[in-house]
Design a protein around this ligand. Structure first.
Ligand code: NAD
Length: 306
């Protein structure tokens, strides 16, 4: 098997001064990419800033013979990060939206500021940076985008309502960017990582923390961003040396009335509830179009009185 390389490619990794982002930046650079190491260098809760985090990773890359440049902007001003890539390397091929913070509080204790800051860094930051890169990708008919979601978004987690909402928002954002980008060879996929970092050090038991090294996820992200990878719009969960695709399963469901003229009653919903929630023969739909096709089939059955 020949090495998968990124020679000639320019990769932007946001929040690359630590944790997962650092491992992505190091891996891409080791495979020939020129890397923009973006990091605001603030605290885990989003307060403060420093150029040290990004500088350290750039130095690590250069020491190993790679090419990288630091960028200290917040992802909320994503257009500045993409400008750094263009000014230094003349192009952008891959964008990894990875920067993130936490403001964990139980639902009733979340302040407006906690809410706004979490949405700003995760959701708006990914929107701004991706929107700035998109025209460059479109012009060159090539681009690879990663959004970073979380199991807290997919499944929920106590104390993370603000973060869960932002992370699930990124799934929605990626779903549509993937559709709009497809015709220009722009792919957008979602990584759902579980890894040891400063975001998880006080949540995970020490032996689990030790086993979930972030560099075990970097090859999954790198493959998703390689020109040979055809995946688009996928949610890929990964951690501990494992990766798997996630999809939303829809139950076969129940038709709640006998014909097109009959109304739906609450009692019928109650009667058919077990069938409505039975996901045994469920399906994973691939698009909004498939939803409409399935609804047209239901209407057809009602019209024919089946
Ligand atoms: P980390 O704290 O080690 O790294 C995040 C980096 O983002 C930090 O270096 C930080 O300075 C930077 N950053 C924060 N706000 C920024 C901003 N506005 N602009 C630019 N940079 C900024 O955390 P990590 O665990 O490596 O997290 C990386 C991503 O993965 C985050 O989006 C996080 O939510 C997500 N994630 C991590 C896990 C996990 O298990 N570690 C699980 C689910 C999701």
């Amino acid at each position: 098997m020949s090495d998968l390389r990124f020679d000639g490619r320019v990769v932007v990794v946001t929040g690359a001064g630590a944790g997962l982002g650092r491992t992505y930046a190091l891996l891409f650079a080791s495979r020939g990419a020129k890397v923009v190491v973006n990091d605001l260098g603030g605290g885990r809760d989003g307060d403060g800033k420093s150029s040290k985090a990004a500088d350290n990773v750039v130095n690590e890359i250069k020491t190993r013979g790679g090419t990288a440049v630091a960028d200290y902007n917040s992802v909320v001003e994503g257009e500045k990060i993409i400008k750094t890539a263009i000014d230094n390397f003349g192009r952008v091929d891959v964008l990894i939206n990875n920067a993130g913070i936490l403001r964990d509080k139980s639902f009733m204790k979340i302040t407006d500021h906690d809410w706004d800051l979490i949405q700003a860094v995760h959701l708006k930051g990914s929107f701004k940076t991706t929107q700035a890169a998109f025209p460059v990708f479109k012009k060159q008919n090539y681009g690879r985008i990663i959004m970073t979601a979380s199991t807290s978004g997919l499944y929920g987690n106590f104390g993370q309502a603000n973060y869960s909402a932002a992370k699930m928002g990124l799934v929605g954002l990626a779903n549509t960017v993937a559709i709009e980008g497809e015709r220009y060879n722009i792919h957008c996929n979602i990584i759902v990582p579980t890894a040891a970092s400063r975001l998880t050090q006080d949540i995970m038991p020490p032996d689990l923390f030790e086993a979930l090294k972030p560099d075990l996820i970097a090859p999954v992200v790198a493959y998703l961003c390689h020109e040979s990878c055809l995946e688009n719009g996928a949610i890929i969960e990964s951690g501990g040396g494992w990766a798997g695709k996630c999809q939303i399963l829809r139950a076969n469901g129940a038709i709640l009335r006998k014909n097109l003229t009959e109304d739906v009653s609450i009692e019928n919903v109650q009667k058919l509830w077990e069938q409505i929630i039975d996901t045994k023969n469920g399906k994973c739909l691939g698009s909004g179009r498939e939803v409409v096709i399935a609804l047209v089939e239901v209407l057809e059955k009602l019209r024919n009185g089946d």
